[in-house]
Design a protein around this ligand. Sequence first.
Ligand SMILES: [Cu+2]
Length: 343
Amino acid sequence: MNFGTLPKRALTMVTTLAAVATLAFAPQAVLAQDVAADVTAPLPPVAAAPVLDPAPAADAAVIAAPAEGAYKPLGTDMIKGQPVDKGITFQEQYTEDGAFALWMHDAILLPVITVISLFVLGLLLWVVVKFNRRSNKVASKTTHNTFIEVVWTVIPVLILVVIAVPSITLLARQYESPPADAVTIKATGYQWYWGYTYPDNGGFEIVSNMLTKEDAIANGEPALLAVDNRMVVPANTPIRLQTTAADVIHAFAVPSLWFKLDAVPGRLNERLLTIKEPGIYYGQCSELCGARHGYMPIAVEALPRAEWEAWVREQGGIVAGDAVEETAAPAAAEETAPQATVS
Ligand SMILES: [Cu+2]
């Protein structure tokens, strides 16, 4: 091999690979921009839930309106987003953010990682076979090649841009503030269980402890994930999920909802959660919080809005409509009373 052909061959190869990489990634970039554009689209309208004054809410809880349909806990056929045997990607996702993240992983990150790994492996093999001492008695002294250096700087930059567009989009979506009419639910981490408070619905708290392995299996639920009282939430409704802790730092994490938020004592963290469909979704505390850290699972039960409201009333809580009716009635009576005396 003489001195001039090596850089020329390398140039041809690098140019070809650059063209292949561009062709391979171009559709991804276009897709990424499409999805990014969707982010600005407003959330689907949700029935307005006026913010309530907590004091009348507590009174109204005593005379709660009759339930439109009794609450029935979801059966084990509604368990969703569980890991599957020999699965190599994320769990199935049940939020918009999760679906977007899963798409980004499957359609962008994995192909990029695969192509780069194969490319580097190919280069290594090429060097091992072609440039060993046996086939190159006289070692090449080539050091610089401006074109190759430009190419191996520009192509990685382009790859990073292709990754950055959906990545920053996902980050921004995860910071989206809940709308004013979102249902507020506060998850409090305790050593070692969870408490779920519903401040918009009368402020009752549900305490959720892990079931024993025997009880979980008898229920048809996964051991170490099943709980006695699930965190019951409305599906297809924006939830303002707040997390805090009573003792040490915990973390509220449900993989199939693409949700993870630290629960820190003395601090209230908040993130928007909108679950796409009814189901049971399991998660775990994801901050090492002590001896029984592994035994404080999270079970989220998402119900259609009407059934969730029935559940709230069953817990002695109230939903927005109840309180409005209760507070409106006495106000109307006061207004009509003086008029009656005047006439
Ligand atoms: Cu914990």
